[in-house]
Design a protein around this ligand. Structure first.
Ligand code: NAP
Length: 349
């Protein structure tokens, strides 16, 4: 495993991190018994040199139909793993505070007092510390963001107060899907050390402004959804169906019809530089020096083996990187899902 510096946090993070949205079940349609495999995946990840785990309050199963997903179940499983393994303090843990109003993504024009009021920030930090069973969180991220929040001083004072208490070491923002520029004014405050953002072969827009900005200002960059929620793994077909699962919306039949030919086109590029789709997808990202870490989400040991093996320092050739530009496929999942969002001020930036 190769390591990179996570911006100004100076933490040395594994360049292949571990995403855990699906670790504890819903909304990735899965039931409790597989937690044993999830736990094994965490062990395997660390055994292979991994040291960066990304989680969030909302990752995990709902206990009853209709209940909000999450309630710390992914955090709790990670907490159990840390305790059992004795890795507390040795593994870098990143978690997230959900928006209080539960609007995903953050809507433009809604005050931060509805999204991240000061007392709520500290309450959620305490809750995550409890679920993770640790005394300090290495990186706490705001799960949604609008650059407009920069005008408010409440969150700025609050995060500094929480850091002084030793509950959180560093702060990050997880920015809205497909809005890689919607954070730059906030980064100018110097209070935010990392940005988590969608970045993959289909969504290459972050290379335009965010990557150069981050490199210049020493911001840690965490690439989420590197495999397009599974779209870039080659495992999906026109017949793929997900029941009671967030992917049933993301991979609607219409979306699959667009996806499959794009995957077939990408398969033609496989060869010596990358033999499989997950490999080309992850190597594409790791070929960018500005990136600190990529966090493929998985709950399976076999995928942990594959994903960590990509970290061998080998970058894709300039020729292949140039060719991959032709495979960008800019979409906006939220606007596709709810066109009303456009009129509510959800703009691509
Ligand atoms: N901040 C945010 O708003 C936000 C949003 C989304 C995600 N995230 C974070 O980013 C992480 C990554 O995103 P994601 O998990 O949504 O999507 P992703 O990493 O693009 O794709 C995950 C899917 O790929 C599969 N997979 C992983 N490695 C594979 C391999 N080597 N071969 C074949 N299939 C493989 C997983 O399968 P299995 O499930 O079967 O293991 C899962 O179905 C999340 O886990 C989470 O930590 C953050």
């Amino acid at each position: 495993m190769k390591y990179r510096t996570l911006g100004k946090t100076n933490l040395k993070v594994a360049e292949v991190g571990m995403g855990t949205w699906q670790l504890a079940g819903k909304p990735w349609g899965w039931d409790a018994p597989n937690e044993a495999e999830s736990l094994k995946s965490l062990y395997r990840y660390v055994e292979l040199g991994g040291n960066f785990i990304d989680t969030a309050y909302v990752y995990g199963r709902a206990d009853k139909p209709g209940e909000e997903s999450g309630s710390h179940t992914s955090e709790e499983l990670i907490g159990q793993f840390l305790k059992e393994s004795g890795y507390v303090g040795k593994i870098i843990i990143a978690s997230k505070i959900p928006p209080k109003n539960r609007f995903w993504p953050a809507h433009f024009g809604i005050s931060i007092s509805e999204v991240f009021p000061s007392d709520y920030i500290e309450t959620m930090v305490d809750a995550s510390l409890k679920a993770l069973n640790i005394n300090t969180i290495d990186l706490m991220q705001f799960h949604v963001w609008q650059d407009d929040f920069v005008k408010d001083d409440g969150w700025k004072n609050t995060i500094q107060k929480i850091t002084k208490k030793g509950k959180v070491k560093h702060w990050g923002i997880s920015i809205n899907d497909y809005q890689p520029g919607n954070c730059l004014k906030t980064l100018d405050t110097g209070l935010i050390s990392t940005v988590q953002f969608i970045f993959n072969i289909f969504h290459q827009k972050p290379t335009e402004k965010l990557l150069p900005y981050a490199q210049k200002h020493n911001i840690g960059l965490i690439a989420r959804v590197p495999l397009d929620e599974g779209g870039l793994t080659g495992r999906l077909t026109l017949d793929s169906k997900f029941t009671d699962d967030m992917r049933s919306v993301y991979f609607s039949p219409d979306r699959l019809k667009e996806l499959v030919p794009r995957i077939q086109a990408l398969e033609k590029l496989l060869g010596n530089e990358a033999k499989t789709l997950p490999e080309i997808a992850l190597r594409y990202l790791l070929s960018w020096n500005a990136l600190s870490t990529v966090i493929p989400g998985t709950r399976k040991v076999k995928y942990v083996n594959v994903n960590t093996s990509i970290s061998d320092g080998r970058k894709l050739s300039e020729k292949l990187m140039t060719e991959l530009k032709n495979h960008a496929w800019e979409r906006n999942f939220y606007v596709d899902l709810d066109p009303a969002l456009k009129t509510q001020g959800y703009v691509e930036v």
